[in-house]
Design a binder for this molecule. Sequence first.
Ligand code: NDP
Length: 290
Amino acid sequence: MTPSATATILDGKLTSQNLLDSLSVELGALTAQGAPLPKLVVVLVGDDPASQVYVNKKAKTAQKIGMLSQLLTYPQATSQAELLAVIAQLNQDASVHGILVQLPLPKHINTLDVITAIDPKKDVDGLHPLNMGLLMSGDPSACKPCTPAGVMTLLNAYQVPLAGKNAVVLGRSNIVGKPMGLLLLQENATVTYCHSKTADLPAVCRQADILVAAVGVPNLVTADFIKPGAAVIDVGINRLEGKLVGDVDFASAAQKAGFITPVPGGVGPMTIATLMANTLFLYRQAQSRH
Ligand code: NDP
C-alpha cells in the first residue's frame, strides 16, 4: 500500500488560473477602452502529436482570456527559407506582439537560425540570443522563458523561501534548465546545475532545498534524491505505459519533500499561463515605445 503523501502540493492548475484571471481582467479593461489587443501567433511546423496538443492548448487559453491569437501550421516538408519568410512577415506586422515557434522543429531546419530570425521584441519565449543575454545580465526588460518563469511564479505563490537556499537544477537545456538556474540565482539562491555527466546525482540533489527536475527521464528522481522538506519541482512530461508521468517518482518523493508539483497539473499549466503573461508584457512594451 502507498502511504499517504505528506508534502504540500504546489498546485499549478489553481495558480495558473489565478494568473489567467488577472490577465483576463487586464484584457477586459483594454477591450473596454477600445484599445488594440495583444496578439500571440504560434507557428507549428510538422505533425508531432505532442506539439499539436501544446499549440492547441495555447491558442485555446488565449481565446478564453480574450487575447487575440493565431495558429499557423505548416507541413513537415516546409523549408527553412519558407519558415524564415513567415517569421519576417510576422516581424513586420504591427498587430502581432508575440511570436512563438513551437519546438522541436523538423531536423532539416536549424532551430537557432529560426529563433534568431524572430524580432527580439516579439520573442515571447525569451529564446533569442539577445534575450538570453539580457536574462543573463539580470535586465528586467528581458522576456523570460515561459517554463522557468512559470516555476518562479509557482514558488512565489506558495512563498517557498529562495534567498540563501541551495537550488539544484537537473537539466541544462536552453529552454528550461539554464534559464531556470539564472532565475533562481536572481532570487539569491545558490545554484548547482546537474546533467547527464554529473557524478553521484542523488548526493548532489540531496543538498537541494529547491530541486528542479527538467530531464525527460520518467521517475528518475526518487526519495533517495530528496532532502527532507525540500521543494521539488517536476518539469518533466513523459509518456509511460500510456500515462503522463514526470521526472519525479511522485509517490516516494512526496513522503520526503516539503512541497511538490504533480504531473499533470503542476508546471505544465504554469507554462501556458506565463506565455499569456509574456504576450501581454511584450504588448505593454510595444505600446510604451509608441
Ligand atoms: P532536453 O532533452 O533538451 O534536456 C534534458 C537535460 O537533462 C539535458 O541537460 C541532459 O543532460 C539532462 N539529462 C538527461 N538524462 C539525464 C540523466 N539520466 N541524469 C541527469 N541528467 C540527465 O529537455 P528539455 O529541457 O527540453 O525538457 C526536459 C523535460 O521537461 C522533458 O520531459 C520535456 O518534455 C519537459 N518540458 C516540460 C515543459 C512544461 O511545460 N512542463 C516545457 C518544456 C519541457 P546533457 O545536457 O548532459 O545531455
